[in-house]
Design a protein around this ligand. Structure first.
Ligand SMILES: Cc1cc2nc3c(=O)[nH]c(=O)nc-3n(C[C@H](O)[C@H](O)[C@H](O)COP(=O)(O)OP(=O)(O)OC[C@H]3O[C@@H](n4cnc5c(N)ncnc54)[C@H](O)[C@@H]3O)c2cc1C
Length: 432
């Protein structure tokens, strides 16, 4: 129900989180402006895999990922994780805290906490379908393919455990190559065993971004592009935003600047260790396009059918930068995917792109008010899950703007890393 006394809110960043936040703020009756450094969806939004996947939205830090990361470092031309040596000074704080968050107990607790958002996703996405904002949602299931029966059965057991959390049905039985080819005739020789896991869905993220922008504008929001926000601070009951065109004022500000958020957060006393984790995607044109999302063995490469395109995605690269495609990473993904797929001219790929995921050390987002500057709401750090968690985050952001710190969800407290190290409280009182 719109609040007739709702004020004005400026959202920094027109990526997935900024746009979902704007959507739910507009529903509550706020006067919304989005300020975007580049173009809408210019961060990781349009590059991503399009998975709306509450069933598999587990936190990244776990001993399995730490082990895979160490192995990848040992074989830099074959893994799925890349750490640039020159990036170490920039990412050491993130990596150290990541390892500390990886124990089995912490992993389970963080997953339970993420499930508070995951449980809202399906219903919210269905509402957005009805509202005409989400379209082209596909739900034929994720097809997991493996070179050996043992690997397929291990993957099946792990997804059966995931299903027991109640967000997806149990995976279908493991089948051999003949049945896999009936499901997906374009599969290559390496796909010998596999199974379908239903429940999660997918869409074309560029279309989603465009529809969220269109819907926001049609409801009176302003989307101002090519306008980087350089600093944010609360002054009394208003918030000031420094931009190249001068200082802009707002009643509330939402910081949703994705992997760039740390630059705005640190000066106001929030140390979130938000670190760019670059991921790659590109388009291929298979003779027999897949109907399912494909997960290719232990490669960490995924394939998403998106209408008339097929997107290949994967890798995590920590090189301390937000942009810059390394063509050897794309070449590696192609080498990893090629044994699983036929009828693709890999040299004819298009749309090769990189996106910076906003990574946090414990794999959970930072969502909440800044202590001492409570008209500033932080909404960032969605790691590999910004599309999947976006709608539920938007609802929470609108609650923070309406209710202030009373809406707090301790699991997503933006100050959780700052407080642990005794930093920030003085600087957070940024208003005078
Ligand atoms: C290859 C790849 C595959 C992925 N697949 C999936 C998937 O299948 N499902 C899923 O849920 N997630 C996926 N993700 C992750 C998802 O894309 C991110 O979690 C999500 O984009 C984060 O949303 P965000 O709004 O925080 O950041 P972004 O979407 O990056 O948006 C941030 C925006 O803020 C702008 N900005 C930055 N600084 C400023 C500033 N100072 N002033 C103004 N504007 C600013 C940027 O230009 C950008 O437009 C994937 C990511 C990658 C890279």
């Amino acid at each position: 129900m719109p609040d007739p006394h709702a004020g004005d809110v400026t959202v920094v960043g027109a990526g997935l989180i900024g746009l979902f936040s704007a959507h739910y703020l507009l529903e509550r009756g706020y006067d919304v402006t989005l300020l975007e450094r580049g173009t809408a969806g210019g961060g990781a939004a349009r590059v991503n895999g399009g998975w709306v996947c509450p069933a598999r939205s587990d936190p990244l830090p776990s001993w399995g990922v730490v082990r895979d990361g160490v192995r990848s470092l040992a074989r830099p031309y074959g893994g799925s994780f890349f750490l640039g040596a020159r990036a170490l000074p920039h990412v050491a704080g993130y990596l150290g805290r990541f390892v500390l968050s990886s124990g089995a107990h912490r992993f389970e607790r963080s997953w339970d906490e993420l499930d508070v958002l995951n449980r809202q996703t399906a219903g919210l996405i269905d509402e957005l379908v009805e509202a005409g904002i989400v379209s082209g949602l596909q739900d034929e299931g994720f097809l997991m393919v493996h070179p050996t029966r043992e690997q397929a059965e291990a993957s099946w057991a792990s997804l059966s455990a995931v299903s027991r959390r109640g967000l997806s049905p149990a995976p279908e039985p493991v089948v051999g190559r003949g049945e896999l080819l009936e499901l997906e005739p374009g599969l290559g020789e390496a796909a010998r065993f596999g199974f379908v896991h239903r429940g999660d869905r997918w869409l074309d993220p560029s279309r989603l971004v465009d529809r969220l922008v269109g819907s926001a504008i049609s409801r009176g929001a302003r989307v101002v592009t090519e306008t980087p926000v350089r600093a944010v601070r609360q002054r009394g009951s208003r918030v000031e935003l420094a931009t190249p065109a001068g200082v802009i004022e707002a009643g509330h500000v939402v910081i949703a600047a994705g992997a760039w958020s740390e630059e705005l957060l640190r000066p106001i006393g929030v140390r979130g260790y938000v670190t760019p984790g670059k991921g790659y995607s590109f388009t291929v044109h298979p003779e027999r396009p897949p109907r399912h999302v494909l997960r290719l063995g232990d490669t960490h490469v995924g394939v998403t059918p998106m209408g008339d395109r097929t997107r290949v995605l994967g890798l995590v690269e920590l090189d301390g930068t937000h942009e810059g495609v390394h063509t050897e990473r794309i070449a590696l993904m192609k080498r990893q995917a090629a044994p699983y797929l036929t009828g693709i001219d890999w040299d004819a790929s298009t749309d090769e792109a990189v996106g910076a995921r906003p990574m946090t050390p414990d794999g959970k987002p930072l969502i909440g008010c800044v202590p001492g500057a409570e008209r500033i709401v932080v909404a960032t750090g969605h790691n590999m899950l910004g599309l999947s968690l976006g709608a539920a985050t938007g609802v929470l952001v609108a609650a923070f703007v309406a209710k202030g710190p009373a809406a707090a969800v301790p699991a997503f407290d933006p100050m959780r890393f700052t407080r642990r190290h005794g930093l920030g409280s003085a600087r957070a009182r940024a208003h005078d």
